[in-house]
Design a protein around this ligand. Structure first.
Ligand SMILES: [Fe+2]
Length: 367
């Protein structure tokens, strides 16, 4: 790589001398004043700036200071005609001068200093490139993780297509509640994940149970009530999901201890699980399913309030109801808060929702 060096000096003779010493190894561009040098930096990229300190208009220190925004990566060298203590203190204090060289300078010394300065520039740029590559790799990794989560949620939607979109809506309603209760951004992110992943364990529940139109018998109920454990098991290997795993496992626990899988009660139920339980119930009651219509906003609200203290936490229910609006209109697509993971509700195809379920029901009624 052939480096470009900007040299700034108000004395033409000094400039010629600098070019003679450095011109054979590097591309040099010259400016007669600080202002001219800064103009050049707007148009050209340089690896090194060498400037005289004593110049009319702007001093060398001032030029180097201003060059920080125009050429942040460039290395800066200051030439001082005599021991200008104040200029050196300023330059060192502002921390942007690689080295100062006292005039009159020796050609060999200058060449060596420039060589070292450019090695330092190369190291700095390579480091910056590595940081950028690392950041890109981390972004990619994050996208892969989110992609995997969506794939899991889609797998569930493909199997239980009569509840399509349920997980995404639960995750957004949970964010609404979490925000009202002052959850931290990290907790809100975990709430969104819990909403998406809470039912993925249903992938392991036989369709004869999942799609059974009537009540489940005790054996079937037992299999069904295993799904929170299975959901948690499915994300066991993901280290960062420790809290999500806990919240997922307990999303069917009731405040009075009558829920499953562990029969936890009151404060023993993790906060995030209590949030998702309310969001889950609200969405189940207010969305149309192929086998039944939504029970409507008013009845859903009444049901939630009726079971406060038994199933639901008072605070969670009130937090959700305070944001849903008069008739639940605040929780339509436009009113739902932004996803923390960049997921879109529109990724669900409403026309596909419940198709498989209806086909299967028709097949069963014929046989
Ligand atoms: Fe569930």
């Amino acid at each position: 790589m052939r480096h470009k060096i900007l040299v700034i000096d108000d004395e033409p003779a000094n400039l010629r001398l600098l070019v003679r010493v450095l011109g054979s190894d590097y591309d040099t561009i010259c400016a007669n004043s600080g202002a001219e040098g800064l103009e050049m930096l707007k148009r050209q990229q340089v690896s090194l700036i060498i400037t005289d300190q004593r110049m009319p208009g702007m001093t060398g220190v001032e030029v180097l200071q201003e060059s920080l925004t125009l050429a942040p990566a460039a290395i800066r060298i200051l030439l001082t005609g005599y021991t200008d203590i104040q200029a050196l203190i300023d330059a060192i204090n502002t921390g942007h001068v690689y080295k100062y060289i006292q005039k009159p300078w020796d050609a060999e010394d200058l060449r060596l200093t420039v060589k070292r300065a450019l090695e330092s520039y190369e190291l700095k740029t390579r480091n910056q490139e590595l940081v950028t590559e690392l950041q890109a790799a981390m972004r990619q990794l994050e996208n892969i993780s989110i992609g995997t989560i969506v794939a899991l949620a889609n797998a569930l939607d493909a199997k239980c297509d009569y509840t399509s979109g349920h997980s995404l809506r639960v995750s957004r309603y949970s964010i609404c509640i979490g925000r009202k209760l002052g959850f931290s951004p990290d907790e809100l992110k975990d709430l969104e994940l819990t909403g998406i992943l809470h039912d993925i364990g249903k992938i392991g529940v036989p369709e004869s149970i999942l799609w059974k139109p009537g009540r489940l018998d005790p054996d079937e109920q037992k299999i069904m009530s295993f799904h929170p454990i299975r959901s948690a098991q499915m994300i066991e290997e993901i280290e960062q999901f420790e809290r999500v795993r806990l919240w997922v496992r307990h999303h069917h626990e009731h405040l009075d201890g009558s829920g499953y899988p562990d029969g936890l009660a009151g404060e023993k139920i993790p906060l995030g699980s209590r949030v998702v339980l309310v969001a889950d119930a609200y969405d189940a009651m207010t969305s149309d399913r192929p086998y039944r219509k939504s029970i409507g906003f008013d009845r859903a609200t009444a049901e939630l309030r009726k079971f406060v203290g038994k199933q639901f936490d008072h605070e969670m229910v009130e937090a959700l109801l305070s944001v849903v609006g008069e008739n639940g209109e605040n929780l339509n697509e436009s009113g739902i808060p932004e996803s923390y993971l960049g997921l879109k509700l529109s990724s669900i195809d409403p026309l596909q929702s419940g198709k498989q379920y209806l086909l299967e029901s028709a097949r069963r009624s014929q046989s």
